[in-house]
Design a protein around this ligand. Structure first.
Ligand SMILES: [Cu+2]
Length: 145
């Protein structure tokens, strides 16, 4: 009887671990010399993402391809789950995006705000916004920090 209970337990544990979703994969396009891009990549890994990093001399091509509105670009462009993630976007907002699954192009943090993930400089934190880009390319504030 004991062994039956044990094997049932082991069976359900095995099933539970099998059901754990794989960490989300994010593709990042960046220039080979971008230091803050690498810091953002390390930050994503620390937050449970699997990162595929792609060095390119033409990051702008990926912004155009993914429909990042002009004037909202940053140093790197990423893709996850069919969305674009432009710039130093916090992991929390990427996870929220995937969970809410809106009809949109994705998220952008324009430029490179000091204090955003990968842009740490001492304790300085400049205020910045995360924008949601809708399918027509217009933006609205998703969150602000
Ligand atoms: Cu940067």
């Amino acid at each position: 009887m004991k062994s039956v209970v044990a094997s049932l337990l082991i069976g359900s544990l095995a099933q539970a671990s099998w059901a754990v979703p794989a960490p989300p994969v994010i593709d990042v396009y960046k220039s080979p010399t971008c230091g803050c891009c690498n810091k953002w990549i390390d930050y994503l890994k620390a937050n449970g993402f699997t990162v595929r990093s792609h060095d390119t001399d033409n990051v702008a091509e990926h912004k155009v391809r993914r429909g990042v509105p002009s004037g909202y670009g940053s140093c790197h462009t990423a893709e996850i789950g069919g969305y674009v993630v432009e710039g130093h976007v916090p992991a929390r907002e990427i996870k929220r995006l995937l969970k809410e699954n809106p009809r949109a192009r994705g998220l952008v943090v324009p430029a490179m705000p000091v204090g955003s993930p990968g842009m740490e400089a001492g304790g300085r934190k400049d205020p910045y916004k995360v924008f949601l880009v809708n399918q027509r390319g217009s933006v609205r504030t998703y969150t602000q920090y």
